[in-house]
Design a protein around this ligand. Structure first.
Ligand SMILES: CC(C)(COP(=O)(O)OP(=O)(O)OC[C@H]1O[C@@H](n2cnc3c(N)ncnc32)[C@H](O)[C@@H]1OP(=O)(O)O)[C@@H](O)C(=O)NCCC(=O)NCCS
Length: 301
């Protein structure tokens, strides 16, 4: 993808996603103008310049498909993948994916993503090429009232805004708990040049970081995540705290389905299920038992 194609890719992401969901009897995902989805190009190009493939229609010159990928020291991530509805079912996504699989294999790294459990077209695409679902997540939509939610009780620790010096510590803890390195992502979130990010961390009274959660509020994405903590209770407290930074907004978060206590906390705050996703890995998946929130941007699974 070249920079002059960002708007075309934003349009493709919008029409491809909305068309797929609408034609399968579900609500459109992107309600605003296609320009809102420029966010994907802005964020991904800021983090990983040049890491977006496009497929071009040789007859019209139009962009028929696009896919971003994000190399890290422990893995390569893939997302967001889109094909124009006029080109569905012609093997465009398969060709884009094969390129990225070759790239990850050359680096000898596992490939990770988050895919919709309601979308058999994408499930088959990945499953045929050796991706294996690792964990299931429920997407919850939640509106934060103007007065916010009551903060969870925390013993032996406190939550505060992240500062630049936290990026390496957050990344090291995530690598310990989840086996993935995303140092540059955390630096980027905390630096917050575009102004749409916020990061909170939970620190124990003896000064040890226990978890972190990120949120984004932008017309192109309103979401909580990535996020993780040593204990589910700590993640629950971080989630409530971070939601309170976004009062008056409606946003989505992905909770592991095997953490019912967190889901029930969210239901008690009025959250509603709106989708299901799988984290999928092609290659080795480091064991991860802790509660965490994956995200669509930057996607990792
Ligand atoms: C999902 C999406 C990217 C697929 O793109 P596409 O170009 O139509 O996909 P392809 O034509 O390359 O087909 C993918 C593969 O799935 C296979 N497939 C499709 N439906 C299948 C089914 N029900 N069972 C088994 N295999 C199936 C195809 O045969 C093909 O396999 P092959 O590459 O080995 O021949 C496209 O539908 C899209 O953009 N959807 C909207 C956005 C989206 O959902 N993105 C993914 C986010 S997780």
């Amino acid at each position: 993808m070249h920079e002059e194609e960002w708007l075309d890719v934003a349009r493709l992401i919008t029409v491809s996603t909305n068309d797929w969901y609408r034609s399968h009897g579900m609500n459109e995902i992107f309600s605003g103008p296609p320009e809102d989805q420029m966010l994907f190009c802005e964020v991904y190009e800021a983090l990983d310049p040049g890491c977006c493939l496009v497929a071009e229609d040789m007859e019209t010159g139009d962009i028929a498909g696009s896919c971003f990928y994000h190399p890290r020291s422990t893995h390569v991530s893939l997302g967001i993948m889109n094909v124009h509805p006029d080109h569905f079912g012609k093997g465009v996504a398969g060709r884009l994916l094969d390129w990225i699989i070759d790239y990850a294999e050359t680096l000898n790294l596992p490939l990770r993503l988050v895919s919709s459990a309601l979308n058999l077209d994408s499930f088959s695409l990945y499953s045929r090429r050796g991706f294996v679902p690792q964990r299931a997540f429920q997407d919850l939509l939640i509106t934060i009232p103007a007065k916010g939610f009551p903060e969870a009780e925390l013993s032996g620790g406190f939550i505060r805004d992240a500062i630049a010096e936290d990026a390496e510590t957050i990344a090291a803890l995530e690598q310990e708990l989840l086996g993935i390195d995303r140092t540059k992502d955390y630096r980027y979130f905390i630096e917050n040049k575009p102004g749409c990010w916020h990061v909170a961390v939970l620190e124990s009274d003896d000064g040890e970081l226990q978890g972190a959660v990120v949120s984004i509020i932008d017309p192109g994405s309103k979401m909580l995540g990535p996020g993780f903590a040593r204990e589910p209770d700590q993640l629950g407290a971080l989630i409530t705290h971070e939601l309170n930074q976004r009062r008056g907004e409606t946003l989505v978060l992905l909770l592991p389905v095997d953490c019912p206590e967190l889901a029930h906390r969210m239901y008690a705050l009025g959250a509603r299920n709106c989708e299901l996703h799988f984290s999928q890995v092609r290659g080795e998946m480091p064991p991860s038992t802790c509660a965490y929130l994956p995200t669509f941007m930057p996607e990792t699974g």
